[in-house]
Design a protein. Structure first.
Lengths: 262, 294
């Protein structure tokens, strides 16, 4: 390798990083209203909360994405544990069935799901979004494979000590696959946070709208093309919770991403 | 205390209940709907294959499927090599500020598809967009550009936004795979007289192949279901329906027009295509062999 190679490599990385940062920098400049010069201010945020029901979208989105993701983690880690730790009749059939659904696009169920949700009287309620998002066949697989890091002898020893079965899952297996949980939690939250189609189909009234619904409406209004500052403020605020969650579980997350089949 | 054999049932029950109620049952209901006219309304009646026959002559559906396939192929053709290329560039622990760069490249993924679309709309479209300003500043154009209103630019804009969201994410996987390659393989290849290209071709590539295959299948599943990107960028199918995708068409028919029967038929046709494409990819690439069974 020539002596110039490390410098060329570093400069290439720097240039590519600049491309990655540029849109976000432009976003921040827009959100504090300094694209055309002037001093930074939080005025666009004030305008945003006055002109749009952002104070409704944000808590709706936070509630939906958090509850939905936690439920998915819970149901998947439990189901995956059953598939990994026990041999029971129908196990292989169940695995085959779940594997098949992995490549079935979830959108195919939506017309039927809409009828179900209507009949249950959940139309226009947050439950119509949260509960159908509470299961993940992929999550069950992910956990079933991740539990392989748990030494089976550990479970046998705990059983001999009289440990109840549910604690084998909660106190022994789950802590060991924490990186998987972190990765599943973050990517699940990101997906729920950006979910637009189904919420737009079932959440009718303005009080029930989420950030993706609200922002897609805002983005189509000509007034925000002329003055994008409030729209940029809205976008910046919408990205921050995910970034915050990433920093909360950063260490576990990168291990989980690399160790499993994500 | 329940007997030991009852535990797996208990552990699986919440998942299976949710899966059955919100996936299996609605999937079956969608299948029934697709054989009806006016499904879900008081006028619902059996219509046989009418919806599927109609779908065959539906030009918009054909266009939506074509756009979706073109988007998926072009997306993967750049996403996979770019992720690997970026990872090769980053695969040197001596690089200064390496963790910072890793975060910067990954951070684009955290923006999320809806908010990235809002952001790209602002970057690329209108009088005050960054693109217009840059091009005006260097004199490449004398009027503000409005890319989002030009048919020829619909696909490139969607692709650009999709790559922005995913190349850094793919890089993380590739980097992890590269770091697990046994150094001695490179030494052995060098002793055998392999140059930089030979080492890449005969050591690196075979070693990271499973990771690339996984990224390709996962990327295909994601790209085939693209909806939010064009929907938010163009506030609909875009100029000349160039941004109309399969899922967007399903959404428009089912939930904007309210024809759940035809939407269900579209959903099943789309599912057949997705299963075929990803099934062939999994087969050809040799992915997911008996992982859980072992």
């Amino acid at each position: 390798m020539s002596p110039a190679a490390p410098i060329v490599r570093f400069l290439s990385i720097l240039a590519l990083a600049a491309i990655a940062v540029l849109p976000l920098a432009w976003l921040v400049l827009g959100a504090v209203g300094v694209r055309d010069g002037g001093t930074p201010s939080l005025e666009p945020f004030r305008t945003l909360f006055i002109a749009e029901p952002y104070g409704t979208w944000l808590p709706n989105s936070l509630f939906i994405a958090s509850v939905q993701t936690l439920l998915a983690v819970l149901l998947s880690s439990l189901g995956g544990f059953a598939l990994w730790a026990y041999r029971f009749p129908g196990r292989r059939l169940l695995i085959a069935m779940l594997a098949a659904t992995l490549i079935v696009p979830s959108h195919v169920v939506l017309p039927g799901l809409f009828l179900l949700v209507t009949r249950l009287g959940w139309l226009d309620s947050l439950a119509a979004v949260i509960l159908p998002g509470s299961f993940s066949a992929f999550g069950v697989f992910l956990y079933a494979t991740s539990y392989r890091h748990v030494p089976p002898t550990l479970l046998d020893a705990a059983r001999l000590d009289g440990c109840p079965e549910w604690r084998l899952w909660w106190s022994i297996a789950l802590p060991i696959v924490k990186p998987t949980s972190a990765a599943f939690l973050l990517l699940g939250f990101l997906a729920a946070w950006n979910n637009l189609l189904w919420p737009a189909a079932v959440l009718v009234s303005r009080e029930q709208h989420t950030l993706p619904i609200g922002l897609s409406h805002m983005a189509s209004q000509p007034m925000y093309e002329a003055n994008p500052a409030p729209l940029m403020a809205a976008t910046l605020l919408a990205i921050l919770p995910v970034v915050g969650l990433f920093f909360l579980c950063q260490r576990e997350f990168s291990r989980g991403l690399q160790g499993s089949g994500f | 205390m329940p007997r030991r054999s009852a535990w797996p049932v208990l552990f699986l029950a919440p998942f299976l209940a949710s899966f059955g109620l919100f996936f299996a049952w609605p999937a079956g209901r969608s299948l029934l709907l697709s054989f009806e006219r006016g499904g879900g309304t008081v006028d619902a009646h059996f219509a046989g294959l009418d919806n599927y026959i109609f779908a065959f002559g539906d030009i918009l559906l054909g266009l939506a499927l074509l756009n979706t396939l073109v988007f998926t192929i072009l997306f993967l053709l750049v996403q996979i090599p770019a992720s690997l290329g970026l990872a090769l560039l980053m695969n040197d622990r001596r690089i200064r500020l390496l963790p910072l760069f890793r975060f910067i490249f990954f951070s684009t993924h955290l923006v999320g598809v809806v908010f990235a679309a809002v952001l790209f709309g602002d970057l690329l479209s209108g009088r005050h967009s960054l693109l217009s300003r840059l091009l005006l500043a260097v004199g490449l154009t004398d009027a503000p550009l409005d890319l989002l209103n030009r048919q020829a630019w619909v696909m490139p804009v969607m692709l650009g936004c999709a790559w922005y969201l995913s190349v850094g994410f793919g890089m993380i996987y590739c980097l992890a795979a590269l770091q697990q390659v046994d150094r001695r393989l490179y030494d052995a290849a060098t002793m055998d007289g392999a140059g930089a290209w030979g080492r890449f071709r005969h050591v690196t590539l075979p070693q990271v192949r499973p990771t690339l295959s996984f990224l390709a299948v996962a990327g295909a599943i994601w790209a085939l279901q693209v909806f939010e990107l064009p929907y938010v960028l163009f506030d609909g199918p875009g100029p000349g329906y160039c941004g109309l995708t399969a899922v967007m068409y399903l959404f428009a028919i089912g939930f904007e027009r309210g024809d759940l029967s035809y939407a269900a038929a579209i959903g099943w046709i789309f599912t057949a295509i997705v299963v075929l494409v990803t099934g062939v990819m999994i087969r050809v690439l040799g992915l997911w062999r008996e992982e859980v069974h072992a």
